[in-house]
Design a protein around this ligand. Structure first.
Ligand SMILES: [Zn+2]
Ligand SMILES: [Zn+2]
Length: 330
């Protein structure tokens, strides 16, 4: 049903690609992260809630069509539908039904509660293509409420010390999830680097409740950020922009922060383990819930996960894609 090609994962019976990394005629897009949603294709199809984000990424001229979650359409010999993946706003699994049975490609997904997007929905299938960003038993997440409490405590202690709190995170998904989860425990405004504002705005337009956000780029000279929380993309780290933040403590919010070596190597003052991907137990639970007899893992720790599943008696393998687990830019 799906095959690896130089342009991406291709469905010949339906005449479309899923998250292609080269421009193609027909691209189905699982979500708006840069490693999945690449510009230049002639036509895009995505879930409804993804349109606003793709529009900001691809510009006004791109041809973007969308479907509500669960609605089925026909492309060639294939019935196509999108189902919530719980990863970021609009993120979808793609379900394909055709001569080879039912296939589901997960895209990126998580099972934890996230106030910014629809919750993951297990979709029964014969073949499940799962992401495996964190496909090792060391990856287990704490409840996000505990992580948010830690972040608030860090912010408070920096306030007491007259420092700003610079929290690096991804521009799509993580920033908004942090702002939405923090809004449950405080009403203090946050600041955000200018690069983050359009996507925060898109989430607000979609009805997501978040902390009030002020731009951290267009403040008058001499504005003090002491005591403030500032969200910024990793690409802003070490740039002259940082100087205006004064005395600061910095942190990174990512599943990668589970690994001590990564924390040390990147030398953030703090690492908050908060991921928009499934951890090891959630990957295994999800695979089981799909009822799939065949599972293909892609990106991250695909090989160890496939090997583990093989030992459990499933048909398993890997599929090579250009998707990254945790995108380094956005
Ligand atoms: Zn993603
Ligand atoms: Zn990805």
């Amino acid at each position: 049903m799906l095959s690896e090609t130089p342009a991406g994962v291709y469905c010949s019976a339906g005449g479309f690609y899923i998250d292609p990394w080269l421009p193609v005629e027909h691209a189905l897009i699982t979500h708006a992260h840069g490693d999945h949603a690449r510009p230049g294709s002639a036509a895009y199809l995505c879930a409804d809630a993804s349109v606003a984000l793709l529009r900001r990424r691809f510009g006004a001229d791109a041809l973007i069509e969308s479907l509500p979650y669960g609605r089925r359409i026909t492309r060639g010999a294939i019935t196509v539908s999108f189902h919530p993946a719980g990863h970021v706003l609009g993120s979808a699994q793609v379900r394909l039904e055709g001569p080879d049975g039912v296939w589901v490609l997960s895209g990126d997904y998580k099972r934890d509660d996230d106030p910014t997007c629809a919750a993951f929905e297990p979709v029964p299938c014969d073949t499940f293509i799962t992401e495996s960003t964190f496909g090792l038993p060391i990856y287990r997440w704490d409840p996000s409420s505990a992580v948010i409490a830690d972040i608030l405590q860090w912010w408070d202690s920096n306030r007491d010390a007259g420092k700003s709190s610079v929290l690096f995170c991804y521009t799509i998904g993580k920033a908004q999830r942090l702002l939405a989860e923090l809004a449950r425990v405080t009403d203090r405004p946050a600041h955000a680097h200018g690069m983050m504002l359009p996507m925060i705005e898109a989430y607000r337009e979609a009805g997501v409740t978040m902390l009030p956000v002020r731009p951290a780029t267009e403040q008058p000279r001499g504005t003090s950020f002491a005591g403030e929380l500032v969200l910024a993309p990793l690409s802003a780290r070490g740039t002259p922009w940082m100087r205006r933040l004064g005395n600061l403590s910095d942190a990174f919010a990512s599943g990668l922060m589970r690994v001590r070596g990564v924390r040390r190597q990147r030398s953030f003052d703090r690492g908050f383990v908060l991921s928009d991907h499934a951890d090891w137990p959630a990957l295994l639970r999800t695979i089981e819930e799909t009822g799939a007899r065949r599972v293909l893992a892609t990106h991250g720790h695909a090989e160890p996960l496939a090997r583990f599943l093989g030992e459990q008696g499933l048909q398993s393998g890997t599929i090579r894609t250009a998707w990254e687990g945790e995108p380094s830019g956005d």
